[in-house]
Design a binder for this molecule. Structure first.
Ligand SMILES: Nc1ncnc2c1ncn2[C@@H]1O[C@H](COP(=O)(O)OP(=O)(O)OP(=O)(O)O)[C@@H](O)[C@H]1O
Length: 296
């Protein structure tokens, strides 16, 4: 009999996570799975549960929570030769990974998708010894993004990030960065470095409109130090989905990038505060098999 593990964060999904967990569990049993449900209680529980699922060669792991739970779940697959199929029931406020894969954002519809037998092989990112599912950002602006309160994210989505960013611009927000990729080096003063796997970052789907979760590239942007007026122009390009053509932005695609800075800087990884620079970011192609709706 096929085995499924549901990793459930009871604190996500406005107190309804357990109800969704029961629905998902019933549906999986109906289609022939033996199901175990494990609730997370703290940071990294989802990672330990997923490591165990890889070791026991479970067929399907379901991540029921927000992008934080998904990020931790996927980190259980790092360096594993056997990786279960992954299903995502998005209960967070942003749900970038689900957006990128056209997984329904309504939990009931996403649960229904568990019947699907279609999967898509998704790329994943690696930053030093961690995996990421969506984005790495570095720069003073990224540091301030880590401080955006969750309620702001849910109410305002991407614009909460911009609002926090503008506050940062009031001070001296740029720093000298060095970005090495594909035998090239970019050096200069930058406000922000971004490496994205998908088109959807912070719930905003226009960052890199052409990026696909399985295109084999990190989509990178260096927002160069500009005056406030030019920064506003960068903001306009961002909203229009034309960031890569802005003259204040150095945009490139790469498979491996090394980022360092003269001053102490912390990265933002999948929306949460991450490790300090320097970092090496790599694209790990076709790493996870994700359940997607039929015909997508
Ligand atoms: N039982 C728990 N109570 C509180 N926090 C938990 C619990 N279990 C896990 N966590 C932590 O909650 C963090 C956030 O979870 P998650 O992203 O899934 O939900 P969310 O905050 O609703 O989503 P979003 O960040 O998209 O708004 C996880 O990174 C995890 O470390």
């Amino acid at each position: 009999m096929k085995q499924a593990l549901i990793i459930l964060n009871p604190s996500s999904g406005k107190e309804k996570a357990r109800t969704y967990g029961e629905q998902a569990s019933r549906l999986l049993e109906d289609i022939g799975y033996t199901v175990a449900v494990k609730e997370t209680q703290k940071e990294f529980d989802a990672t330990s549960f997923c490591i165990e699922a890889c070791e026991k060669k479970i067929d399907l792991v379901v991540s029921l929570g927000g992008d934080g739970t998904l990020h931790e779940t996927i980190n259980g697959m790092i360096d594993q030769t056997y990786r279960p199929k992954l299903a995502v029931i998005p209960l967070g406020t942003v749900n970038d990974f689900a957006r990128a894969l056209h997984i329904p954002l309504q939990p009931e519809k996403a649960i229904d998708m568990l019947r699907s037998t279609t999967t898509r092989r998704a790329d994943i990112g690696r930053i030093n010894d961690q995996l990421f599912i969506n984005v790495v950002a570095a720069g003073q602006l990224a540091t301030s993004l880590s401080e955006v309160p969750s309620e702001d994210k849910s109410k305002l989505g991407f614009f909460a990030y911009v609002k926090e960013g503008i506050k940062t611009f009031a001070g001296d927000a740029s720093c000298t960065m060095s970005v090495e990729y594909d035998e090239q080096t970019w050096e200069g003063r930058a406000l922000l470095f971004i490496a994205a796997l998908t088109n959807s970052v912070g719930g905003f789907e226009q960052l890199a409109p052409s990026a696909e979760i399985d295109d084999g590239y990190l989509h990178c942007f260096i927002i160069q130090d500009t005056n406030l007026l030019n920064t506003a122009a960068v903001g306009t390009s961002l909203l229009a989905g034309t960031l890569e053509h802005s003259k204040y932005v150095h945009a490139f695609k790469a498979k491996r990038v090394h980022v360092s800075a003269e001053s102490e800087l912390t990265t933002n990884v999948d929306g949460e505060s991450g490790m300090s620079l320097p970092v090496t970011i790599e694209l790990v192609p076709s790493y996870i098999d994700v359940l997607v709706p039929l015909n997508k």
